[in-house]
Design a protein around this ligand. Structure first.
Ligand code: NDP
Ligand SMILES: C[C@H](CCC(=O)NCCS(=O)(=O)O)[C@H]1CC[C@H]2[C@@H]3C(=O)C[C@@H]4C[C@H](O)CC[C@]4(C)[C@H]3CC[C@]12C
Length: 282
């Protein structure tokens, strides 16, 4: 289904975005990837070419700049003459810890994680309407359920749900043939996630390669939402709607257990490390 399709993937210099680029390359798509780090993008493009992409290009820059967000879409138009799939995946750096009151950080994170997504969507819409294409939005379990330790990040992911779920309904009503797939992901084994939380979160992380494949499949099949891993995300979602207090109880119990364990390890070196970084084991 994706052979010769023209695809933009944001945040593709590492992690899930990089893996999506490789899957699409194997499927023979035309790929334009973007992120800030040029050296990493260059390597991903080289690998995509070897894996069989119809063509592969990169453009580097930061998504806190809306002019750059628009430029990426214009580059796809210049290179491919159109667009079939827009995969919005990048995220800016944030901390994993109790909310520190820094509202300015939320504003900056909203620009990268949310406003650039809306900007690229608006800019790409004429091309996507022409091709009957797909918008794929990579979100998180933390974008569907309020979780402790992720206040700024979670805010930006909830914003995506509001924007894209509303837009999807307008598309149905206005008979706009562009699908919107919102991806709700659990903990995935990317370097950045492991580096940030593997010493804090005890549950195992799911494989990024499989996750990337499920996202692309959901987009190509025009699914409204993708849940990966299914059970880890879908069951708590049912609780969220039918027994929200019980879900809160489960999440807070984990947090409490972690904090108590941490208190009990007062002389332990790892506990000192956790304290320094404002982390709480959950
Ligand atoms: N890993 C996980 O456990 C989970 C991940 N997700 C979601 O999956 C998606 C991918 O996450 P993951 O692969 O782990 O993240 P990574 O940190 O591995 O990748 C993030 C990508 O975004 C790019 N990026 C960072 N800052 C900017 C910026 N200012 N402008 C443009 N690009 C930027 C990075 O490249 P560079 O630094 O070169 O700019 C990188 O390519 C995200 O949307 C995340 O919310 C959801 C749930 C769980
Ligand atoms: C650990 C989170 C999900 C666990 C959970 O609370 N499950 C439901 C409750 S129950 O099990 O008791 O029923 C992870 C879900 C999303 C993750 C975060 C994420 O979205 C990506 C982040 C970005 C960055 O790369 C660092 C890691 C993340 C903060 C990551 C951390 C783990 C989650 C919060």
């Amino acid at each position: 289904m994706l052979k010769d399709k023209r695809v933009i993937i944001t945040g593709a210099s590492s992690g899930i975005g990089e893996q999506m680029a490789y899957h699409l390359a194997r499927m023979g798509s035309h790929i334009l990837i973007t992120a800030r780090t040029e050296e990493k993008l260059k390597k991903v493009v080289e690998k995509c070419t070897k894996l069989g992409s119809a063509s592969a290009y990169y453009i580097h820059g930061s998504m806190d700049n809306m002019t750059f967000a628009k430029q990426v879409v214009h580059e796809a138009e210049r290179l491919f003459g159109g667009l079939d799939m827009l995969i919005l995946n990048h995220i800016g750096f944030t901390y994993f810890g109790f909310f520190d009151g820094d509202v300015d950080h939320i504003r900056k994170l909203l620009e990268i994680n949310f406003l650039s997504y809306a900007t690229m969507t608006v800019e790409a819409l004429p091309m996507l309407k022409a091709s009957g294409g797909n918008i794929v939005v990579v979100s998180s379990f933390a974008g569907k359920v309020g979780l402790p330790l992720t206040v700024p990040y979670s805010s930006t992911k909830f914003a995506l749900d509001g924007f894209f779920s509303s837009l999807r309904m307008e598309f149905h009503h206005q008979k706009v043939n562009v699908s919107i797939t919102l991806c709700v992901l659990s903990y995935i084994d990317t370097d950045s996630a492991l580096n940030t939380v593997s010493h804090v979160i005890q549950q195992p992380a799911a494989p990024k390669e499989e996750c990337a494949y499920e996202i692309i499949k959901g987009g190509a099949l025009r699914q409204r939402e993708v849940y990966y891993q299914y059970v880890a995300t879908k069951i708590p979602m049912l609780l969220r709607d039918w027994a929200p207090e019980f879900l809160e109880y489960l999440v807070l119990k984990k947090l409490q257990r972690g904090c108590t364990q941490q208190e009990g390890m007062k002389n332990d070196e790892s506990a000192k490390e956790l304290k320094k970084t404002r982390y709480c084991k959950i």
